[in-house]
Design a protein around this ligand. Structure first.
Ligand SMILES: [Zn+2]
Length: 415
């Protein structure tokens, strides 16, 4: 068995892992980086692929998949909700960045047509490779992928071992393998207590609104927006909460796939308490109201959150709550690091208060350590999807504990 890292070797983003075993070649994820310049993983020929597997519907794991369908008919496997969300996100990507992409809606349609929905913990066979998905706890439908051919390998995709209001966590009880390919986004950082961060967000929102201001929460449409709705609902938040954009379509997809949610009824109730934004008239009105606005995109890369952030940032009474990791080169990152907004080279100064709340959907350092320590056997640990320096330091540390770890570079082949 041979594992080749096609992307996210020493960086966070554009993921792609190629697993070859005799005559079978399986590609796990094929994403792109949603920065100013689109970065995709190393090239692979569709005709060399036996199958494509998607771990979860985030652009850095799915964004380049349609490329494989320009001239190919690769069978695609993912959970049902991942397939539905992938379709939605890819259409949106083409709407926003179509002129920078080598594919169109046609290829997305083909990808969906070639897709087969797989349940968690129900083994299936790909040309002699026994394959199984396990809940990864990262976003609804996210999977870890186990494959058994001449060797056994587990790819974590993105994982979270911490329970959230929306999702049940990934389990530490994993099958014995020879290789584990793992993300290490937070190899060197632990997350604060989640409930404490939730309370801080509620306090921040209350203070701004009681002072007559508006709170913008830029949020990923998939998972984060719904979790935020559940947080405001859990704390019996007294003020108006609006939700806008693609998150509203995602709400319906998630409620139609309740098996991927921790408590579907709770989500239904939380969403029922929201005000849904309907068009530009609504947007121009609510941006002046004492209320919370939850809106994609989470890194201010597009969507209504761009409009809201320009308006809301002017007034010192207003607030912007950052609730997710902001990738380098995004307007969200410049807001967090420089305290200003930068949209296509146009700078906007920010007078509003900016709050940061750690509601990560990735395991922190302690959880990653616990996972590696509880692995059965002594698998080779291949670290990807982490910043180079952190990834290397973490591999050294794991090795000093008697484990067998390496920080993989993009292009590296592990036999
Ligand atoms: Zn992800």
């Amino acid at each position: 068995m041979q594992i080749k890292v096609l992307g996210a070797g020493g960086n966070i983003g554009n993921s792609g892992i190629l697993v070859k075993d005799n005559s079978t070649t399986i590609l796990l994820d094929y994403g792109l980086n949603p920065g100013k310049n689109i970065v995709h993983p190393l090239h692979v020929r569709p005709k060399d692929l036996t199958a494509l597997i998607t771990t979860h519907a985030h652009l850095d794991h799915i964004g380049y998949e349609p490329y494989l369908y320009i001239d190919g008919n690769v069978p695609h496997y993912a959970t049902k909700v991942t397939i539905e969300l992938t379709e939605l996100l890819l259409y949106d990507l083409i709407n926003i960045s179509g002129d920078k992409l080598p594919f169109t809606q046609q290829e997305v349609k083909k990808l969906v047509r070639m897709s087969k929905a797989i349940e968690y913990e129900e083994p299936f066979n790909i040309n002699g490779i026994e394959t199984e998905f396990f809940n990864a706890g990262h976003i609804p439908g996210s999977s870890m992928v186990y494959m058994k051919g001449s060797k056994r390998v587990l790819y974590t995709g993105d994982i979270n071992h911490i329970q959230t209001r929306l999702l049940t966590p990934a389990s530490y009880d994993l099958p014995e393998v020879d290789y584990i390919v793992s993300e290490c986004t937070y190899a060197m950082q632990d997350h604060p207590e989640r409930e404490q961060e939730e309370k801080k967000l509620i306090d921040f929102s209350n203070e701004i609104i009681e002072d007559g201001g508006t709170v913008l929460v830029p949020a990923f449409a998939v998972g984060r927006a719904q979790e935020l709705a559940e947080i405001y609902y859990s704390y019996n938040f007294k003020h108006d909460v609006y939700m806008d954009g693609m998150a509203l379509t995602v709400n319906d997809i998630l409620l139609n796939n309740p098996q991927f949610l921790r408590d579907p009824e709770f989500l239904r109730n939380a969403l029922g308490r929201l005000n849904y934004v309907n068009g530009w008239e609504d947007r121009r009105k609510i941006v002046k109201e004492p209320a919370v606005i939850i809106s994609p995109a989470g890194m201010l890369m597009g969507g209504a959150s761009v409009f809201y952030s320009k308006k809301i940032s002017k007034n010192p009474k207003n607030g912007i709550a950052i609730v997710a990791y902001q990738v380098e080169g995004t307007p969200g990152r410049s807001l967090v690091e420089e305290g200003s907004l930068n949209f296509n080279g146009n700078h906007y100064s920010v007078n509003a208060k900016v709050g940061k709340f750690d509601l990560s959907s990735h395991s922190g350092r302690s959880q990653l350590l616990q996972m590696f320590k509880s692995l059965k056997g002594s698998p080779k640990i291949i670290l990807v999807h982490g910043e180079q320096e952190n990834c290397e330091a973490f591999a050294l540390e794991l090795n000093s504990m008697g484990l067998n770890a390496t920080c993989a570079r993009t292009g590296e082949v592990i036999e």
